[in-house]
Design a protein around this ligand. Structure first.
Ligand code: BG6
Length: 476
């Protein structure tokens, strides 16, 4: 018997991004509009996107749209990829924007300019020995599918997604091994606009939309394996370790119920291939009746995932005791304030130990390789007079999380295949549309109003991460 010593050879170190948050070029190359293109910048973003009276149009007289420019990766990807290669990246997680391929989501023919663009990006990565990891849908559903079809509650989206997935898989599945279907699919449990393309709808519609995504995802997995049996297909959920606030068994049971609908439900369907029985009791309690058509459950069962990926930024605590009613916010969910943790400038409670717990929890439950597809600290960076950026707080955050990740591998025996920190190059925030909330090793000179030279520079964390990768996580 042997313990694991360090991260396995070939461990996929890298960084993660999404097309809508870094590409820009929102109306170039034949691209159609996506839901991200009508999402305004600033802290008001989530509030507006939950308000169904907010028009889903571009309204530059009243709002800014930082996603339109992104960080101009659309034109600068060569320079950016060279910098990622300098850090020694083994993988780069990116998404394909559906509307670059099918501008309206339901077009008869794909847009060749969009396919050619991604082909160039993928080839550039491969040239530098960086394996792409591609998310097929990352918060960028074509706007037309929201306006004319009502978003994911409409079953027609399954076929449209299948066509889109088939198009990109036929083109790229022989070059790209690692794929993820839907980003943070479980945010749909709470009815997220980004995930479902729907606002303020019934619990029934939210779960119907998720069901449609489960079927669409399973169909994409099937297509990918038919094209290339060596592809590695993964699901992607947001995971927040959830603690019972006290040792009252009643709090523990409540936490268990909350936890499973949030942290397990989608993974159970996508990795185990079945709706868990607790979901049926949740549906009964919430008057949810799903339209499940013949063949749906079979396709879900037959096309489960090779690996499970998740984003991890924070943990939450649960209490229904009014004495502990002080809340905290995360990007998609909040909870009771945890007195043992400090929060980021955006109020997300930082919890490296919670990552070790998450890895154990998920590996013990599913037994498939795990891929940490996002982790990182959103912070305001200061450029010194000499141009340097001393982001020691970011190094501390990542160092602590990677240390716990190492314990999960060495002490606990978790099979971990990859770590891609979020926003490896500064990009537009998803929840607030801000540039000032930065995650990168690479600084981009651009502010919230769109002013700046767009020049790239290396932060202190750049050299640190380079060393981490070069030593396969030994020198933190
Ligand atoms: C995840 C998303 O929720 O968190 C990313 O998958 C997002 O798209 C990331 O950017 C960080 O959140 P934010 O709001 O700080 O950008």
């Amino acid at each position: 018997l042997e313990m694991n010593k360090g991260f396995k050879p070939g461990f996929l170190w890298g960084g993660a991004t999404a097309a809508n948050q870094l590409e820009g070029g929102y109306n170039e190359g034949g691209k159609g509009l996506t839901i991200a293109d009508v999402s305004p910048g600033g802290k008001i973003r989530m509030k507006l996107l939950r308000d169904d009276s907010y028009p889903l149009e571009i309204d530059t007289a009243n709002y800014t749209y930082p996603n339109h420019l992104g960080i101009d990766f659309y034109h600068r990807y060569k320079e950016d990829i060279a910098m990622l290669a300098e850090m020694g990246f083994k993988t780069f997680r990116m998404s394909i924007s559906w509307a670059r391929i099918f501008p309206n989501g339901d077009d008869a023919q794909p847009n060749e300019a969009g396919l050619a663009y991604y082909e160039d990006v993928i080839d550039e990565l491969l040239k530098h020995n960086i394996e792409p990891t591609i998310t097929i849908s990352h918060y960028e559903t074509p706007l037309n599918l929201v306006k004319s079809y009502g978003g994911w509650k409409n079953r027609e989206l399954i076929g449209l997604f299948e066509k889109y997935a088939r198009t990109i898989l036929e083109r790229f599945a022989n070059k790209v091994t690692y794929w993820m279907t839907f980003n943070e699919i479980n945010t749909g449990v709470m009815g997220s606009f980004f995930t479902l393309g729907m606002r303020n709808e019934s619990v029934n519609n939210n779960f119907q939309a998720l069901h449609n995504q489960f079927v669409a995802s399973a169909k994409a997995v099937k297509i990918a394996r038919e094209i290339n049996p060596n592809v590695q297909m993964g699901c992607m959920s947001i995971y927040a370790t959830m603690y019972a606030y006290d040792c009252n068994p009643v709090t523990a049971a409540e936490t268990m119920e909350k936890n499973r609908m949030f942290n397990y439900f989608c993974n159970d369907v996508q990795v185990r291939g079945e709706y868990p029985t607790y979901a049926y009791s949740f549906f009964a309690k919430n008057n949810v009746t799903l339209d499940i058509q013949p063949g749906d459950l079979e396709v879900i069962k037959e096309n489960t995932m090779d690996y499970l990926s998740f984003s991890y930024y924070m943990s939450t605590a649960h209490s229904s005791d009014p004495a502990h009613s002080e809340g905290v916010q995360g990007n998609f969910f909040g909870g009771t304030k945890n007195p043992f943790l400090k929060a980021s400038e955006w109020g997300w409670e930082i919890d490296p130990v919670g990552l070790r717990i998450a890895l154990n929890d998920l590996y013990n439950r599913y037994g498939v390789p795990l891929y940490i597809s996002e982790n990182g600290l959103g912070a305001i960076d200061k450029v010194e007079a000499d141009g340097s950026i001393n982001d020691t707080y970011r190094i501390d955050y990542l160092q602590q999380h990677i240390s716990e990740m190492k314990k999960a591998v060495e002490i606990d025996g978790v099979d971990l295949m990859a770590y891609t920190s979020w926003g490896c190059i500064d990009l537009v925030s998803a929840s607030t549309g801000e540039m000032s909330k930065r995650y990168g090793f690479i600084y981009v000179d651009l502010d919230d109003e769109g002013n700046g030279t767009l020049e790239r520079s290396r932060k202190a964390s750049f050299d640190w991460y380079k060393k981490v990768i070069a030593t396969n996580g030994e020198d933190l």
